[in-house]
Design a protein around this ligand. Structure first.
Ligand SMILES: [Zn+2]
Length: 451
């Protein structure tokens, strides 16, 4: 990244404004979240990005991030595939990652193929711009949104250039000295490395879970499902996979959460199958996320049933709630929940093409196994062992293949914004700590509902 492209904070980039008003300018994406960061965000001193937009014009493009506070970035070029990378101090991106992805039948732009953003490592965030053709960084600037305002825009201006110019900038970036080490994170965030995905097959050992027709037991069915999912994810070489049980063994709910936390989980997926013998026509998969209050009576019933797993195995004590009364922790918890909702919607979207969904597939309740505050978790009920069609599906290898593929796609989607596509780029931190552009719920103390 050259001095010519590294611009002082406060420059307005007026020369480019004229170009931006060209009639051909197209606003390709805009996401607006709550523009006023909460007191917790300010306390955490991590700038919040609330919107991103890409404007393309004939000779270039401008990618803008609206931030609660100015950040200074460092931009450089990478080849194969051709990218522009902008490194910034840690930013809390409250922006839907979809804003940076082309939609079916609609390219994002002429120069910019796609862009993504997220936590790179402790105290560091990164914006990666995938290019359709050679481009160079014309200006990287931070501009106050209004005079005297703390809120600022990070503007990345790109211009089309000859391939040789692009390659030269790649070479220069390779020769540039690495940036100074950033300080350690305040909350002891995950070490760098591939994202850790924890697969939690429900029940096991003495606790069989739900029973279907003879020979169909939840603990075996969900273990086989999880194991197939593990193999597929491992084959991608993008994640580290941890299983909470290694076979037909009993693991308490508290230990499942502990295993995930000790592994620095980026995501936990608890896998179960349900049974409702009185209403055998109820069928399909349901994705549950944690909530203090159950979304409906059915969700409350499922949480109560799953939370009783320890009791089924003769354990007395409920797992301790890992909640800590701390502002940063609370912020993390809220982020995790937003991410869990995003993933839940992703799973449902993919599942639609692979299998049957429950009539109301997205629910929430007070599941103990979902209570870790530091990473998103969801509980997936694959279907109902009391429904003949579901049993037929759940016990068929073809269905399992399709359903595990759906989950792999949802996981890839969730991590797409965070995971660098090639080994040249640094691996992302373990946790997808940045939520999407979803209004964060007001902080609430976890209650002890559902059990
Ligand atoms: Zn279960």
């Amino acid at each position: 990244m050259r001095e010519a492209t590294r611009q002082a904070i406060g420059r307005t980039g007026a020369a480019l404004l004229g170009l931006l008003t060209l009639a051909s300018a197209v606003i390709l994406g805009f996401t607006q979240a709550d523009a006023a960061p909460s007191a917790e965000d300010q306390a955490a001193a991590i700038p919040v990005a609330v919107a991103a937009r890409l404007v393309e014009y004939d000779s270039g493009a401008r990618l803008t991030f609206d931030l609660s506070a100015p950040v200074e970035g460092r931009a450089f070029a990478l080849a194969d595939p051709d990218r522009i990378v902008v490194d910034v101090p840690e930013v809390n991106f409250q922006i839907d990652p979809a804003v940076g992805r082309p939609q079916p039948g609609r390219a994002l732009g002429g120069i910019v193929k796609s862009f993504r953003f997220g936590l790179l490592g402790p105290g560091k965030s990164r914006i990666v711009i995938d290019l359709n053709g050679p481009a160079r960084i014309e200006r990287l600037s931070t501009v106050a949104i209004a005079k005297g305002a703390q809120a600022a825009r990070l503007q990345i201006d790109l211009g089309r250039c000859e391939p040789a110019v692009f390659l030269q900038s790649v070479k220069e970036a390779e020769q540039a000295p690495p940036p100074a080490e950033t300080p350690a994170p305040i909350d002891g965030a995950a070490p760098s490395g591939p994202p850790v995905i924890v697969l939690d097959p429900g029940h096991g050992g003495v606790d069989g879970g739900a029973y279907g027709p003879p020979g169909v037991v939840e603990k075996t069915l969900v273990y086989d499902f999880s194991d197939e999912l593990r193999k597929k994810l491992e084959a991608e070489h993008r994640y580290k996979i941890v299983m909470t049980r290694k076979g037909d063994e009993f693991v308490s709910l508290g230990d499942r959460v502990r295993i995930a936390r000790d592994a620095n989980a980026a995501l936990l997926i608890s896998i179960h199958a349900d049974s409702l013998p009185e209403t055998a026509d109820v069928s399909g998969a349901t994705v549950y996320t944690l909530a203090d209050r159950a979304s409906d009576a059915e969700a409350a019933r499922v949480a109560e049933h799953e939370n009783a797993a320890d009791k089924a195995a003769g354990l007395q004590q409920a797992p301790d709630d890992p909640g800590v009364a701390d502002i940063l922790f609370d912020l993390k918890r809220r982020e995790s929940r937003v991410y869990a909702h995003m993933f839940s919607r992703g799973v449902i979207g993919e599942w639609r093409m692979a299998g049957r969904l429950n009539r109301n597939p997205e629910r929430s309740a007070g599941f103990m196994v979902l209570k870790a505050p530091d990473f998103p978790s969801v509980l997936l009920e694959l279907g109902y062992l009391s429904n003949p069609q579901d049993v037929k599906a759940l016990t068929s290898p073809e269905w399992r293949d399709k359903a595990t593929n759906a989950l792999v796609a949802a996981i890839d989607h969730l991590f797409a914004a965070q995971t660098a596509p090639d080994p040249k780029a640094q691996a992302v931190a373990g946790a997808p700590a940045q939520p999407a552009a979803v209004a964060l719920p007001a902080p609430q103390a976890d209650d002890k509902s559902g059990h």
